[in-house]
Design a protein. Structure first.
Length: 112
């Protein structure tokens, strides 16, 4: 009595030998694989082009943003220092008032 599955192994061995022959491999490649790959690439081509265009637009927008930031930093270095300190104090006051308005109700409701 033979082991179960030996017939499956023999079929697999025959299939592997069949695919390893150069003549059969070329036929499968030319008649099956190449047309399928060509079809897939034809279907994917518009999406690849769209992805490239979107990537280019995002890159252009990023470079524009960095350029504008650099320009703004360059222009802000020409502002007198007393104007910057007044603006910084105003921003700090607004931030502290906002933080107090958010944190105070939470602290008042917390049980001790």
């Amino acid at each position: 009595m033979s082991k179960p599955g030996t017939m499956v192994y023999s079929i697999l061995d025959r299939a592997v030998q069949f695919f390893q022959e150069p003549k059969n491999r070329e036929r499968i490649q030319q008649n099956c694989l190449d047309p399928m790959l060509r079809y897939i690439l034809d279907r994917m081509f518009p999406y690849i082009i769209l992805t490239c265009i979107l990537f280019s637009l995002i890159l252009l927008m990023s470079l524009t943003s960095v350029g504008l930031l650099m320009f703004q930093l360059h222009m802000s270095s020409r502002i007198p220092l007393n104007g910057i300190s007044d603006t910084a104090n105003t921003v700090a006051n607004v931030l502290s008032q906002t933080a107090n308005a958010v944190i105070e109700p939470v602290l008042n409701q917390a049980p001790l």
